[in-house]
Design a binder for this molecule. Structure first.
Ligand SMILES: *Cc1c(COP(=O)(O)O)cnc(C)c1O
Length: 377
């Protein structure tokens, strides 16, 4: 099946007994055994649940991995992965990545002996320069959050493979519809399914897709051992969301491009970050490795005093954290998503007090540009 068909029929052929066209919600903790030493394949819902498995199977197929795993949040998925590294391991990590991942690495895993070094992964030379014998993994976000910098995934994957390190890609922003890192040589993809995969700002969920089955076995052992699994009802919500993922993204990308172009021509806007603009340094790389530029836009205004005005005046954009849903959201990264990064580092990265991030939804684009126009006036 091709990707659009896989999405439309996510979970649709699972229930042989009743023929249910949507995946049933197996809201059960445990499963009756046919006899001693026999199992239906399901024993207890931490170890496996049919609704969760239907979701995990679709995710694995979409990304081309051996196995998918659904977690209670994107950060629970990242945490599981980080536990595969032994104390003393060093990770090279994209410097302007999701603030929660930074907090997890710095405030939780550093204390366990996992040493993360932050690099500008849009520069291959910077990744090579930061490498030493202790590097066991590379954790790349591309495009990054919130500056939408683009990393050359095949090149970094080749480097990681030649040096025996694991290549992990947080693919939350583009999803397997637009970018498939495992096909580009990565070992694991990470998702906050709370974002585009579920797509309706109504559920917190996470996922990993692992390319090789030996690594998948280790992930499964850890997931089952710790238990940060996604519940059956939330799994169903993500499955339901997946059915329209390609359609939503198509509209969201159109809206993002139109809004980026509108902002680029606005007198109070000094810079627009959107990989689809001709001026974006990562445009060519992204055009080569992905099938679209995504639906996230960030922009800088000429005066920090304008930020509170925009946030209070918007009538269509919702001032809220998160992204990827059908409703357009505006976020102030320096005080919301990236507050755990210290101020000098934020300033150096460009996550400053004049930067706003937009997640474009599926609304009428004229309402979106008019809304930004009146908020910036
Ligand atoms: C939101 C997000 C996460 C964390 O996911 P949760 O589901 O909120 O735990 C990780 N990476 C990126 C890129 C995100 O946007």
């Amino acid at each position: 099946m091709r990707r659009n068909t896989l999405l439309a029929q996510a979970g649709s052929r699972w229930d042989e007994r009743t023929g249910s066209v949507t995946m049933p919600v197996y809201q059960t903790a445990t499963f009756r055994h046919p006899a001693l030493g026999q199992s239906t394949g399901f024993d207890y819902s931490r170890s496996g649940n049919p609704t969760r498995q239907a979701l995990e199977d679709v995710l694995a197929a979409l990304d081309g991995g051996a196995r998918g795993f659904a977690f209670s949040s994107g950060l629970a998925a990242v945490d599981c992965l980080l536990h595969l590294f032994e104390p003393g391991a060093r990770l090279l990590v994209t410097e302007d990545l999701y603030g929660g991942t930074f907090r997890l690495l710095e405030k939780i895993h550093r204390g366990r002996g996992i040493d993360s070094t932050y690099v500008d992964t849009s520069q291959l030379a910077a990744v090579e320069a930061a490498w030493d014998d202790r590097v066991r993994g590379v954790f790349v976000e591309s495009p990054t959050n919130p500056l939408l910098k683009v990393a050359d995934l095949s090149a970094i994957a080749a480097l990681a493979r030649s040096r025996g390190a694991l290549m992990i890609v947080d693919n939350t922003f583009l999803t397997p519809v637009l970018q498939r890192p495992l096909e580009l040589g990565a070992d694991v993809t990470v998702y906050s399914a709370s974002k585009y995969l579920a797509g309706h700002n109504d559920v917190v969920a996470g996922a990993l897709v692992v390319k090789r089955s030996d690594l998948a076995d280790r992930v499964y052992f850890h997931q089952n051992g710790v238990g940060a699994v996604l519940g059956p009802h939330d799994s169903w919500l993500v499955l339901r969301g997946l059915k329209t993922l390609a359609l939503r993204l198509a509209r969201q990308q159109e809206n993002a491009r139109a809004v980026a172009e509108f902002l680029a021509g606005h007198p109070r806007v000094t810079r627009v970050h959107f990989p689809g603009l001709a001026s974006h340094p990562g445009r060519e790389t992204l055009a080569r490795q992905a099938e679209g530029f995504g639906a996230m836009v960030s922009f800088e205004v000429d005066d920090p005093g304008l930020i509170p005005q925009v946030l209070s005046r918007v009538k269509i954009f919702l001032f809220a954290e998160s992204l990827g849903g059908v409703e357009s959201l505006v976020t102030f990264p320096a005080v919301q998503t990236h507050a755990d990064i210290d101020a000098p580092t934020r300033e150096r990265l460009g996550i400053h007090d004049r930067l706003l991030r937009l997640s474009l939804g599926v609304e009428d684009v004229a309402d979106l540009t008019e809304d930004l126009g009146q908020a910036l006036a």
